[in-house]
Design a protein around this ligand. Sequence first.
Ligand code: AMP
Ligand code: ZN
Length: 142
Amino acid sequence: MSDVEKTCIFCEIVSRKIPCVKIYEDERTIAFADINPLVGGHSLVIPKTHAVNLMDITPGDLAAVHQSCQRVGAAIMKAFKAPGLAVLQLNGSAAGQTVMHYHVHLIPRLGAKDKIGAFTWPVRAGNPKIIEKNALKIISML
Ligand code: AMP
Ligand code: ZN
């Protein structure tokens, strides 16, 4: 086990050094309740093998995590009679990532009733030339 894994809180959940409210587990992934839920049912899905972020996780673990998200997400929507589900994943502290072990948030959404503003932003039409220029910048890095 690397030093990073020794000090990683989600690795400690995987190794059962610290408890979690477990919702689902398979060979490669675990889903558990977020300790600071944005709304009831807010859950996290993680790979059992430590990976920091989207760029770091193996393709196999990435697929496994998102298959678990599909299964657990459907259960959350049924359990909370939620017509919507937000799937949120942050990379880097600049994006708000606080636990540096890849994780996906599953957050049931009830529409206007749940009063969460975190996933709404003002719609402003972009400048088509700038949109294209920015796309070309990304394409040059692929
Ligand atoms: P993020 O900002 O995407 O890195 O979110 C990390 C999430 O992990 C937060 O929503 C925390 O509430 C959650 N969290 C941190 N420690 C624990 C823990 N021991 N058990 C469950 N959730 C946790
Ligand atoms: Zn870890």
